[in-house]
Design a protein around this ligand. Sequence first.
Ligand code: ADP
Ligand code: TRP
Length: 335
Amino acid sequence: MAGKTVLTGVQATGMPHLGNYIGAIRPALQKAAHEGKSFLFIADYHALNSVRDAAALTRDTYEVAACWLALGLDPAQTVFYRQSDIPEIFELTVALMAVTPKGLMDRSHAYKAAKDKNEAEGRDVDANVNMGLYTYPILMAADILAMRAHIVPVGHDQTQHIEFARDIAGYLNNTFKPVLVQPEGLIQPQSATVQGLDGRKMSKSYGNHIPLFIDAKARQKLIMKIVTDSKLPADPKDPDTSTIFQLYSYFAPDADVALMREAFLKGGMGYGDAKKLLAAAVEEALAEPSHLYNEYMSDLPKLDAILAEGAEKARAVARATLSDVRQAVGLKPLK
Ligand code: ADP
Ligand code: TRP
């Protein structure tokens, strides 16, 4: 990926959980460490389509920023910023609206899902659908195109959005002249699904999640609530279907994981003891990041300064792109 610009956006929907960390954040950080030019931003204007609590949006944005930094994002290597700090993205959105057919938005999976849900529940198809949700893919295209990103690593559910960004760039390029880079998605291989407290996929929407940075005691309490079957300590147990074992395998050193596997298979380790080992391993892995997280959250001006520095770098790129677009369509260029 040498010489390529890599960009991704993260939702500002609050404190991530262990599943987000294992499935999305950790792999992204590992990859970022090997990349050339990369951009990572918090999609706070996208969040505004669904968040109706101003204080929550402010807090969630800080929490997400603090999480990524605490877990190892290096802002000297990755340009890290808030979407809302880059006004050029929003002007570019307006330019892209002018070349995007309405039919493309009608085909958007996110909009279709909202319509289907309304229909199934007997409401007007467009109930609670705002124009932000309807045009979500255009803003997302502007996020990507403004930074001239070549590669956009995303989860499977975002595949259509990347195709739309390519299409929208193509409409503008073909209608006027080729000024926008057409990005490619790098669809993350489906990572193992981390199980939640009740054994289903860990998800905020199921309320079965363990948030990353909460008080250590509260985290321990949640771990003790992991649902198990009723096997006795002496009984052999299947590690591969156990939520406790699965989580342990992500957080404990390999040698310890092997020991727990053996104890499960042979029998002799109770679920209570296994949970205690898990809690200790999670604490060990998250001790330093938790400390950093708390430091960031108690120094919001510092977080603001880091994000402002990222925004300054990102704006320079976005401004150049916007100027080219303005010039291409017959508006006054900025430079
Ligand atoms: P949630 O289901 O809690 O709302 P999101 O859908 O916002 O989580 O997911 C954000 C990212 O975290 C996505 O890349 C997703 O693939 C990953 N992720 C979420 N839950 C899990 C999980 N249980 N196991 C592995 N990865 C997950
Ligand atoms: N829609 C993405 C998600 O739900 C977040 C996002 C917004 C994004 N803008 C982006 C991702 C630009 C990649 C590039 O996860």
